[in-house]
Design a protein around this ligand. Structure first.
Ligand code: ADP
Ligand code: MG
Length: 527
């Protein structure tokens, strides 16, 4: 055999090998490549044989180690110790037009405890759409601004960045805040970059434009990444590296605290595996008084009925979204479809004030339309999926999603989260193009049955697999060779425990294990 024994060191701790009666690495590899003639094929196909289990255990372990190691490396740096003044804290909470939920309070407490330390915070906050993540981030920002240091808040779309900018201007004072997006060009952009580099602005909000090399912060003490599932792994890492590089050196230098927020509700065990480099908090409660959105599934054959329902609702002072989707990746086609739909609806509904918002409009135009919608100058907002994240108009209580069968459940849930934000009963109409497959029916039925993002995510995970749900781009986890993070979930606890043992007792095994399974492609590990 061409097996080179030199590279095939067994790094699994003896205790694990014994407990699970794992074969050694060489025998495992040989038997996986040349199974016994009388091996149980069904077991093999499900990766249940001992040799297979041994290999997938090791692969999961290698992934876990790479993330934990990245965490250790970052945590070796120092961060600014941030304390939120008690009176500032109280005043901020008092001026909010609502009472924080217990879940928000406890996550805020976790964050404030994290940043009150020279160890950089690395925290993921997961909260279903509408759970109120923004104000949680604002509290951390408030603390940082109190020290005269900078905070960067990154959003995946311009609309969301602008909305955050408006909120933060109210909360922290417009003089303190600055918005930087791809739309800033020339002199304007230069001026903003100077403001950031000079420390004239403390709260910098933006899109991925904040990643660009020309953006240099003066005293970045906190990074907030909102809706992180929309960013690719490279962006997440680039940002992290930017933070690390801000002060020049990597080891022992000063780095910002990191707060990562996501609405993608993934089961806890999966989160701990996919984000092992992060601490994990959940806002597991929606603000009081929210009523679950009533969801119905209808065929486009009933389009006219739906249109009449909208007309009636709008005449009674309600506001609605009409979301256009297309399966094509082309943003251009999606915008075109929305334009056509807006024209048709305008022709059909003379007494309804209709406006259009899509991704190809200028930022200022988009903002103007959304503002008009917020200020009730518009009854029906026809939109592409650009409104998927962030748009917050509590009075809107009706949403129609065309071609709902083409979107993932998580995305539909996220879109639906635009309604049901006020005290009013809201409704969501999922319109599909018949014929709908049996699986398609099942999928849409899940949304009809539950408003709970976790349940939606679990079903989504079952139906579409983790690659789609987590976003293949964002975790190295999907390129696994033998392990499967859904099928092999029962190993997670043991893998995590073993990873801790190795980090503590056999640190020399980390590098070869990570190399063996992740190769050089692994950018989590800066060694
Ligand atoms: P998400 O978690 O989806 O980012 P947001 O931060 O956008 O949610 O909050 C959604 C809406 O709920 C906003 O209008 C916000 O002002 C409001 N909100 C946040 N927290 C509360 C609360 N505790 N009670 C009532 N409304 C709240
Ligand atoms: Mg949000």
């Amino acid at each position: 055999d061409k097996v080179n024994q030199g590279h095939l060191v067994d790094w699994l701790p003896a205790s694990v090998m014994q407990q699970y009666k794992f074969p050694d690495l060489v025998s495992a590899l040989l038997s996986v490549h040349r199974p016994d003639k009388d091996a149980d094929v069904r077991r093999l196909n499900q990766c249940q044989s001992k040799p297979q289990q041994r290999l997938l255990f090791e692969e999961l372990l290698a992934h876990q180690l790479s993330l934990l190691q990245a965490r250790q490396i970052i945590r070796k740096n120092r961060a600014a110790k941030i304390v939120l003044d008690k009176k500032v804290h109280r005043d901020f909470v008092d001026q909010l037009p609502f009472q924080l939920t217990a879940a928000q309070e406890s996550v805020i407490a976790e964050i404030l405890a994290d940043i009150d330390s020279e160890q950089p915070m690395l925290r993921l906050v997961q909260g279903d759409v509408g759970s109120g993540k923004t104000v949680v981030a604002a509290m951390a920002a408030l603390a940082v601004v109190g020290h005269g240091l900078q905070v960067a808040i990154m959003a995946p779309t311009e609309i969301l960045a602008e909305q955050h900018y408006n909120n933060f201007c109210q909360w922290m004072g417009a003089d303190n805040c600055l918005l930087l997006t791809g739309k800033d060009k020339g002199k304007n952009r230069e001026y903003k970059l100077e403001q950031i580099a000079g420390g004239d602005c403390l709260v910098i909000i933006g899109t991925h434009a904040l990643f660009q090399e020309a953006v240099v912060f003066k005293d970045l003490a906190l990074l907030v990444v909102d809706e992180q599932h929309r960013f690719g792994v490279h962006q997440r890492l680039a940002l992290r590296e930017k933070g690390v590089n801000a002060e020049g050196d990597r080891d022992g230098g000063s780095v910002p605290h990191q707060l990562i927020m996501t609405a993608t509700p993934i089961p806890r065990s999966l989160a701990m595996t996919a984000y092992a480099d992060l601490d994990y908090s959940v806002i597991d409660e929606l603000p009081a008084g929210r009523k679950p959105v009533k969801t119905v599934v209808v065929s486009t054959a009933r389009r006219q009925e739906v249109i009449q329902r909208i007309e009636k609702a709008c005449e009674q002072g309600e506001q609605a979204y009409w979301v256009c989707t297309l399966v094509e990746e082309s943003e251009f086609l999606q915008c075109q479809a929305a334009e056509v739909t807006a024209e048709q609806l305008t022709a059909d509904l003379a007494r309804v004030r209709i406006a259009l918002v899509h991704g190809r409009m200028k930022a200022a135009e988009k903002q103007a339309v959304i503002d008009d919608f917020k200020n009730k100058k518009i009854d029906l907002l026809v939109a592409t999926t650009v409104i998927e994240v962030g748009v917050d108009v509590p009075n809107a209580s009706l949403m129609v999603i065309e071609n709902a069968e083409r979107l993932g459940l998580a995305q539909l849930h996220q879109l639906r989260g635009r309604v049901g934000r006020g005290a009013k009963q809201s409704a969501c109409v999922l319109m599909y193009q018949p014929p709908l497959s049996e699986q398609g029916k099942q999928r849409l039925a899940i949304l009809r049955e539950t408003n709970d993002g976790f349940k939606v995510a679990e079903k989504d995970l079952e139906i579409r697999g983790p690659g789609e749900v987590l976003g293949t781009r964002q975790t190295g986890l999907m390129q696994m060779r033998i392990a499967d993070i859904v099928r092999d979930e029962h190993w997670f606890d043991e893998v995590r425990k073993t990873a801790m043992i190795i980090l503590e007792k056999h640190p020399q095994a980390v590098r070869p294990l990570v190399r063996r399974w992740l190769g050089k492609a692994d950018r989590f590990v800066h060694v």
